[in-house]
Design a protein around this ligand. Structure first.
Ligand code: UD1
Length: 347
């Protein structure tokens, strides 16, 4: 029988790519999503790639009663991958309570239900933001976590601490926290990708939307950082590589290979690129100029974040396979396909 994986937030950017990777690896996927920042049509996209339309349960996991029902009426769950969370850094600074409420309530409700229904494998969608402004680069998992600059980031850090605590008291529970660096790119097919609500906060969707003509000018937030060209350096990672890491992490839990009840892994490529390098690479791949201007620094941005990837390599046997050109080419293919679809629907 296929192993059954509950994917909360499975209609979102990383969740949907992970659902595809799970299905391709012969898992059954059950998606839970409140569709607050995603759309049901993602299920058709997953079907067009895999041939299978996963079941969606539309639910707000902040509601403990509804969350319990999900587990009560859906038996034989082998593992839970928990993506469901708000993720806009700037909004979290304006509305911290919204972020603490949503991201932490949903997490706690899921964990309570898992304990009640005896489900013992949990993967958490974390972020390199838990390292704050790191003292040492590249960042290993041994780097101390620091208070992140945003409430969003802090929900990730607190969530990890919650997991650490409960894996100590609940001896049956095993959890893996995956700390993503900067996920970009899209599925090779061009029919699944990132769909930010409104004006994008993140660099890559802002670039593709500027290139496609929806945004006029990209603002480069600061060129006076202590880096090679003055713009911040990040470790960009292809979303399909990330998705594959989730499949490996699930297998690690199911095969009981973990060395500690709570494990954390960095997911990055180990390569740091500056904002200007990303823009240049984009211009080269597309042979098209991106309209940009230098603006003030964005509060909360740190100069450099890039990962040491050796732990994921040695313990999970995972390395990112896709290069920057592929990340850019797929992000662009997706942006163009999506806009074409929209135009067809409007006409
Ligand atoms: C942020 C979050 C991170 C989250 C990630 C993906 C923090 C500190 N960072 O990462 O937790 O996992 O988003 O959602 O909480 N930039 C521009 N112009 C733009 C947009 C971005 O110059 O219009 C620059 C930024 O200043 C930064 C780089 O591009 O130097 C990357 O920014 P972004 O894509 O937003 O990711 P992070 O802030 O690194």
């Amino acid at each position: 029988m296929k192993k059954r994986i509950m994917v909360t937030g499975g209609c979102g950017y990383i969740g949907s790519h992970t659902a595809v990777a799970l299905i391709e690896n012969d898992f059954e996927v059950l998606i839970l999503d409140d569709l607050s920042n995603s759309n049901k049509e993602v299920l058709d996209r997953i079907k067009s790639i895999t041939g299978i339309r996963p079941k969606l349960l539309e639910v707000d996991l902040k509601d403990s009663f509804l969350c319990d029902n999900m587990f009560c009426y859906n038996k034989n769950i082998d593992a839970v991958i928990h993506f469901a969370a708000h993720k806009a850094v700037s909004e979290s600074i304006e509305k911290p309570l919204k972020y603490y409420h949503n991201n932490l309530y949903a997490l706690i409700n899921v964990l309570v239900a898992m304990e009640k229904y005896n489900i013992n494998n949990f993967i958490f969608s974390s972020s390199a933001t838990v390292y704050g402004n790191p003292d040492e680069l590249p960042i290993t998992e041994k780097n101390k976590t620091k208070r992140p600059f945003s409430p969003y980031g802090n929900t990730k850090r607190v969530a990890e601490e919650v997991l650490e605590d409960i894996t100590i008291s609940n001896k049956d529970l095993s959890a893996i926290s995956l700390r993503y660096f900067n996920p970009i790119g899209a599925h090779d097919s061009g029919c699944l990708g990132e769909l930010p609500n409104g004006i994008p906060n993140n660099l890559m969707p802002y670039i593709t939307q500027t290139a496609v003509g929806i945004r006029k000018t990209l603002s480069v937030f600061g060129n006076d950082y202590p880096t090679k060209d003055g713009t911040p350096i990040r470790d960009y990672i292809h979303v399909v590589d990330l998705a594959e890491a989730h499949v490996i992490a699930v297998q690690r839990l199911l095969e009981k290979k973990q060395e500690n009840a709570f494990e954390t892994f960095n997911l990055g490529t180990g390569n740091g690129y500056s904002v200007l390098e990303i823009i240049n690479a984009f211009e080269k791949v597309l042979n098209q100029k991106v309209n940009y201007t230098i603006a003030d620094r964005r509060p909360g941005d740190v100069p450099q974040l890039y990962s040491d990837t050796s732990l994921a390599k040695t313990k999970l046997g995972w390395v990112a396979k896709r290069n920057l050109e592929n990340m850019i080419a797929t992000a662009w293919k997706w942006e163009q396909n999506y806009r074409q679809e929209q135009n067809l629907q409007e006409n």
